[in-house]
Ligand binder design. Sequence first.
Ligand SMILES: [Zn+2]
Length: 439
Amino acid sequence: MAKKKNNQARKDVKEVKKVSKKVHEETEEKKDIEIHNYMDEETEEKNETYDVTPLEDAFEEIESDIEAQDKKFDKTEAKLEKIEEKIADKLDDIEEILESDDTDESEITKEDKDEIINDIKENKEKRKKRYRLKKSALVLLGIIIIILIGIFAGVSFYKYVNSAPYLLEKKGYTEKEVNRIIKDKNLTLMLLEMDYNEYILDIIDAKYYLSKNLDKYLEYKEKNKDLSVDEVVAIINVHADKEWYNHTISTDTTKDYLILVNKVYYLEEDFEAPNIVNMSVRYAFSGRQIRQDVYSNFIDMAVDAKKEGLTLVANSTFRTYATQEKTYNYYKTNKGSAYADSYAARPGHSEHQTGLAIDISTLNSTSENFEDTPEFNWLIDNAYKYGFILRYPENKEHLTGFDYESWHYRFVGLDVAKKIHEENITFDEYYAYYIEGDK
Ligand SMILES: [Zn+2]
């Protein structure tokens, strides 16, 4: 406060000095002007009195004028001196005031010093406390943030290490494989449950893959590494991984044209094929019988083949359970089980019992040389158009359970025959994948 006051006073002094200087300057200026005026007047008067003859009078007049002017100057000077003195006095007063202000200030400081110091100390303490409080609050906040970040990071990490991609990669699948796996939720869940397997993705991508058989595929592939994945899938699908006749299933006879009968699926002894009719000797050897609807399709096929000069004759057709039993037992009794099994199906396991199968020959051929006839070639290309398929193809013995039979045709209906022909699969494979499926 006092300092401010002093500053103001100093400012005032400056101002007063300024004013006095100005007044002084103005006074000096005024003096100059008056002197000049006088000189000018004198000159003019001189010029005017050039023509005055009595010069003495003139000089006297001039002298008295000068005297008067001198008196005037003296008066002005005295006035100025007085003003300057007053200014000096005022300056002294101001300076005194300034000095006395300083004295007051020091007195106030002394009186209130302790109080002020105490106040300052208290403030300091308060500020310190507040600062400490603030500091603790900040530290606490920081800790909370760190804990939250930790929790978040922990949860994220926990989530990540428990995430499918991480776990799958940890199991050994490549990034590319993982990307392919996680697109399929069920596959992901399944693979997470399993140990790493180098074949599994190829198996799952196999055309006739059935998820119900996955364990069996993997096990079989492990034991038969030289087999292709497609081959493994086919073998497992048709139960060909087991010894024939060792694992048998009573077949579903409601499937009608699509009844599966082989060395796994069998017909019960009391099964009766529907609509069995006698065949004309025009299309079959004497005394042959077949299902009515199969017969009509066979006739259509035989008629069309005939147009191309080919003769299709039904050789072996419908057989009863009893007939099959008799045939099989004949071989078994005379040549043993192994021989019997290679030549005839066991009773209940022959397709001929369904009334859907026909062994085809020509008038002049036997089963053994049927493959060499033009009728054989024509059937390979055309039989499916009439709903028939070559039931025991070459190189598929391990899937059908039967040796290659170039003459044995099976009726499955037009649509299925076409599909089997196009996909070049056996009926056993078709049945496993398209009829039973993943059930
Ligand atoms: Zn046959």
